[in-house]
Design a binder for this molecule. Structure first.
Ligand code: DAH
Length: 335
């Protein structure tokens, strides 16, 4: 019986000398000191030990237990903290390639919009996001009392300087520096005092379109919007115009595309109507031409707006605008 204790001791000593890392050490601890380990199992034999050697057996086993504990502790301390990691380092493994960035879905859609309009002969223009009251409102025939100037919608920097609420002011800036014919789009970021929810964000993206020339008509506007809808969403998309009001156009319209998901049959995205509202458009108001120094007797023109975020949401079936701006890689990696 007493020999058994000696055997365990010898066994432990050979094993501990072979241990290389912390996980090996832990295995050994379980093997000898665990609940079903060799030492506990031997303690369980105590009842079978003849009475005369029982004290000696018990004592010997207790000493062995302490010695094993001590040795495990010492060996562990010698290994230090990072030892187990070092032991696992496999220099033959291929390296990890750095993660590659991708195009943000909004930029990808903006690029697609730009390339569609470029192919239709439009130039691509830019304007400041910090805009004066004159360009954002006044020159666009939006008088001081117009609701679009409401403090609720507009982010004012000073009484006279705003974060542009739409890309329409770029129309004025282009007409000021360029004589007709003009055929331009202006994509960019705009700002509104909106509380974020699934369909609102305090900033979002628009594309402005403007065509000015002699004999430019509403039919030309319809033709261009149709061509865009077909190139962006497919040739089966239908476009409809509804009468509307914008201060900078006369007549004004809002235009819809037939639902890209149900193709006009009615689904939950288009709320059963078969149509999706896109934005507004119309013939440039003579007051706008006046403000920009263009002869409204000689020239006519059309203008239209478009929401880039909205188009991207329709294109990729995204139901929450905030996803674009949260930089969550789980979202972005899907594009
Ligand atoms: N600026 C308008 C908006 O932000 C959109 C718009 C409507 C632009 C009609 C236009 C237009 O050029 O003709 O809601």
């Amino acid at each position: 019986m007493l020999q058994k204790i000696e055997d365990i001791k010898t066994h432990f000593e050979t094993e501990i000398n072979k241990v290389k890392d912390r996980s090996g050490l832990e295995e050994l601890r379980i093997k000898f000191l665990g609940r079903k380990g060799m030492i506990s199992n031997t303690f369980a034999l105590l009842s079978e030990v003849p009475a005369e050697i029982k004290p000696q057996f018990g004592q010997g086993l207790n000493q062995l237990k302490k010695a094993v504990e001590q040795k495990l502790k010492e060996t562990g301390a010698k290994m230090g903290k990072t030892d187990s990691k070092k032991a696992q380092l496999d220099l033959t493994l291929p390296g990890r390639s750095p993660g590659r960035g991708g195009r943000h879905p909004l930029l990808a859609v903006a690029d697609e919009i730009k390339s569609i309009f470029s192919a239709l002969g439009f130039s691509i223009e830019d304007g400041p996001e910090i805009e004066t009251d004159f360009y954002n409102f006044e020159a666009l025939n939006i008088p001081k009392s117009h609701p679009a100037r409401d403090m609720q919608d507009t982010l004012y920097i000073t009484e006279d300087i705003v974060l542009r609420t739409h890309t329409s002011p770029v129309q004025i800036r282009v007409m000021e520096k360029q004589k007709p014919p003009i055929r331009m789009i202006a994509p960019g970021r705009v700002y509104r005092r909106d509380t974020p929810d699934a369909s609102h964000s305090p900033f979002f993206h628009q594309v402005e379109g403007l065509v000015v020339g002699e004999d430019v008509s509403f039919a030309d506007l319809k033709g261009i919007i149709n061509a865009f809808a077909h190139r962006m969403f497919g040739s089966d998309i239908k476009v409809r115009f509804r009468p509307s009001f914008f201060p900078f156009t006369e007549p004004s319209a809002e235009y819809d595309f037939s639902c890209v998901f149900c193709h006009g049959k009615g689904c939950n995205v288009c709320k059963g109507t078969g149509w999706m509202e896109i934005s507004g458009a119309g013939m440039v108001h003579p007051n706008v031409f006046e403000a920009a120094g263009i002869d409204s007797e000689k020239y006519t023109g059309y203008a239209f707006g478009m929401g880039i975020d909205r188009i991207a949401m329709l294109k990729y079936n995204i139901n929450d605008i905030r996803l674009f701006f949260e930089n969550d890689l789980r979202f972005l990696n899907q594009f």
